[in-house]
Design a protein. Sequence first.
Length: 171
Amino acid sequence: MSPLVRRTWAPRGHRPVLYQRGRHREKVSLAAALWLSPQGDPERVSYRLLSDSHFNNEAVAAFLTDLIGMSDQPVTVIWDGGNMHRGQPIRDLLTRERGRVHLERLPAYAPMLNPVEQLWSWLKYSRLCNYAPHNVGELHGRAQKELNGIRRSRKRMRSFWNACDLSKGGH
């Protein structure tokens, strides 16, 4: 709920003021997937938002199940080794969806290989910086609006993919 304060424009002598609710641990958690065509072109973004919750391995397994259901082709998921990407719910998903999903882990500490990290940076440092919502519902709505805008922009999706080192091959 606390805004990421960034440099901004203001009339000389009128420092901008961001009002926020103090001592609230409310949050919105996001999971996202950038879909690539078989030719390697970004096609779409899928996401899930959780208000006042976080993505554990059960929530990630549910998100992945929904993603797999959106494709009639086998799906390869490339992700980091975070705790939410491991555990029994993920193993159960792999057993249940045998042959339909393949998991590939990125090396440890390699956010530069993950195109979704580019999406997070853009959302956090460009679209939601200096934004002080009044409540978690307002933050949820704003994040959803920004993510829906990405869905409509192949150019933006391509920029996330091209900015990540994985797109350059050889890894």
